[in-house]
Design a protein around this ligand. Structure first.
Ligand SMILES: Nc1ncnc2c1ncn2[C@@H]1O[C@H](COP(=O)(O)OP(=O)(O)OP(=O)(O)O)[C@@H](O)[C@H]1O
Ligand SMILES: [Mg+2]
Length: 158
């Protein structure tokens, strides 16, 4: 998120379904052209959140981790461009062109998004932390624009 640090909101998720519902609300709020960074350790729930975002974009098919193929595109109300930079540095992602075309009819969601930090501007940055003892995840959302700021505040209360 750009220079003004924006608003940071924290929300607990107690199950994969709850994480998907939060993702769905994010997808429903998208108008096209958004870039969303996801960070968090292996197994935190990044792909699970993207499955919900896809649902919110009207995408019906399965959403699997793109960690081997780097990129998957799904068609819906808006297209979802799902990137996973786990195997790449930011510079490699730039060189392969993965970070180049951000389309107004697409929503770009980047797992391991911190690798694209400074190379692409994100509308929303999400960090998922996991408690290995429980199914609980802490989802921290940081938004730059006023629309996404009020959205994150709403999601916190849902
Ligand atoms: N509250 C929760 N939110 C999300 N996932 C959860 C939750 N509780 C348990 N899980 C489980 O944790 C796993 C999360 O896997 P997922 O692939 O979404 O993580 P990831 O962050 O994308 O991992 P990777 O870094 O390997 O891409 C899933 O098996 C999911 O069912
Ligand atoms: Mg993943």
């Amino acid at each position: 998120v750009a220079d003004d640090k924006g608003v940071t909101v924290r929300r607990e998720s107690r199950s994969p379904g709850e994480t998907r519902r939060i993702g769905q609300a994010i997808g429903e709020h998208c108008r096209g052209g958004e870039v969303i960074f996801l960070r968090g350790p292996l197994g935190a729930g990044k792909t699970t959140l993207v499955q919900g975002i896809a649902r919110g974009l009207g995408i019906e098919g399965p959403v699997q981790s793109p960690s081997f193929v780097l990129e998957r595109i799904h068609r819906g109300r808006l297209a979802l461009r799902h990137l996973d930079l786990y195997r790449l540095t930011g510079v490699e992602a730039l060189e392969t062109g993965l970070l180049s075309e951000m389309d107004e009819n697409e929503v770009t969601v980047i797992e391991w998004g911190e690798r694209a930090e400074g190379l692409v501007n994100a509308d929303l940055e999400i960090r998922i932390d996991l408690n290995p003892q429980t199914l609980s995840r802490s989802i921290v959302m940081e938004a730059g624009s006023p629309e996404w700021q009020s959205f994150t505040i709403e999601v916190q209360r849902k």
